[in-house]
Design a protein around this ligand. Structure first.
Ligand code: PLP
Length: 407
């Protein structure tokens, strides 16, 4: 008899965005003429930067000629891309990351989800609340939690991000081994300073813990003082893995390319306390279970670092940041307290009512779709997330409708 992995049965039955889609469909059926504006899911709307598109076209043509055709590539990624990443994303900011510490992949979702595989079953895991659900669900699937009761999984340590702590969680009160952090944060849009991040790096050193730092929204940072990478913090290379993605940076959500930084200095331990480089473990996993990203897509990603690519990416991100500014300003004008929307495409709004109630209110009265904060965890209750990924026109129209509905 084929038995299932029963840990899957612990997962919450429906996914947040499936619930949202159901409500939106039901509303649309009742109001077929209403044009719904979607500011919910964090998917980009602008097309690929021209530099990426041209590089991809050229690479596709190379694949069609025997002299330039390429078969299986290195699973870790082509040197041309890894070298650019090391130089532009890290060394230029004073972080000494080498090309062979970078693993190209098809997504930060997969990498943040898969990385836990390297570690023992009985480690203690700290996750933010509210949280990007992938960190939690992949640990549930791996059997590292108990059941889901009162909005939380037994066995996890929740790092609460609340108004009281300015949405930057405090260090755990009980020792933990694996810590997930995400800045600029999804869903709150909060950012972390170097001083605050240093506390986490010091904690990880003290407890021989590891930080999984998700920097998928790094490109939205405009404030000069904020760290773009955890490796800007002294000592981070020994205790932190960093995840980056071209999804939001360069509109690659449908094209798929991301990378994970695993410094060679980063160590984990066996039962006897002996050190093992995490780099070797991830390299083993990556080369066994992953085939590498296609050559044309890596060429498109490389073009992000060309002068034109840099300019075009900045223009696109500025476009979304302008939307975020409009959303934040308008919601504040209506009397709501907001976080994010600066250095982040997300605005986290204190709705002062149940999250789903606020969601329904915006959908039914304004035809605007947001994301209810409660879907991201207990601490998200009472909040909604509005995303800046849409056109200026749609965001302006959404804000006009919200003002009319709530004003
Ligand atoms: N990490 C965070 C915090 C995200 O919000 C997302 C996507 O929304 C991802 C990772 C996924 O990135 P990718 O498209 O590279 O899988």
């Amino acid at each position: 008899m084929i038995l299932i992995n029963e840990h899957y049965l612990k997962l919450k039955s429906s996914y947040l965005f499936a619930d949202i889609a159901r409500r939106v469909t039901s509303f649309q059926e009742k109001h077929p003429d209403m044009e719904i504006i979607k500011l919910g899911i964090g998917d980009v709307t602008l097309p690929l930067p021209k530099a990426c598109l041209e590089a991809m076209h050229k690479a596709v043509d190379e694949m069609g000629k025997s002299e330039t055709f390429r078969g299986y590539g290195p699973e870790q990624g082509y040197a041309f891309l890894r070298e650019k990443i090391a130089e532009f994303d890290f060394q230029a900011r004073g972080a000494q990351i080498e090309p062979d510490e970078i693993f190209i992949s098809d997504g930060a979702k997969c990498d943040t989800g898969n990385f836990q595989e390297l570690f023992a079953q009985n480690i203690t895991i700290a996750v933010p609340d509210p949280v990007y659900p992938v960190y939690v669900d992949t640990n549930v699937m791996a059997g590292r939690t108990g059941s889901f009761t009162n909005g939380r999984y037994e066995g996890l340590v929740y790092l609460e991000s609340t108004k009281e702590n300015n949405f930057i969680p405090e260090l755990p009160k009980t020792p933990v081994d694996l810590i997930y952090l995400c800045f600029p944060n999804n869903p709150t849009g909060a950012t972390i300073t170097k001083e605050e991040l240093k506390k986490w790096v010091d904690y990880a050193h003290e407890h021989k813990a590891l930080i999984l730092f998700d920097a998928a929204y790094e490109a939205f940072i405009r404030d000069e003082d904020l760290p773009h990478s955890i490796y800007e913090i002294d000592g981070a290379k020994e205790v932190a893995i960093e995840f980056r993605s071209y999804s939001k940076t360069a509109g690659f959500t449908g094209t798929r390319c991301a990378y994970t930084v695993v410094p060679k200095a980063c160590m984990a331990y066996d039962q006897s306390g002996k050190k093992h480089p995490v780099h070797e473990l991830w390299n083993r996993r990556h080369t066994t279970k992953f085939n590498g990203v296609s050559y044309p897509v890596q060429k498109a990603a490389e073009a992000v670092y060309s002068p034109e690519g840099q300019e075009q990416v900045k223009t696109n991100i500025d476009y979304y940041l302008e939307n975020a500014r409009k959303i934040r300003t308008q919601m504040q004008k209506l009397g709501f307290t907001c976080v994010g929307g600066e250095n982040s495409p997300y605005v986290w709004i204190d709705g002062q009512m149940d999250s789903w109630e606020f969601f329904d209110l915006l959908l039914n009265k304004a035809g605007v779709v947001c994301t209810p904060g409660a879907g991201f965890g207990k601490c998200g209750q009472g909040f909604i997330r509005i995303s800046a990924f849409n056109s200026h026109e749609n965001v302006e129209e959404a804000m006009r409708r919200i003002e009319k509905a709530l004003g």
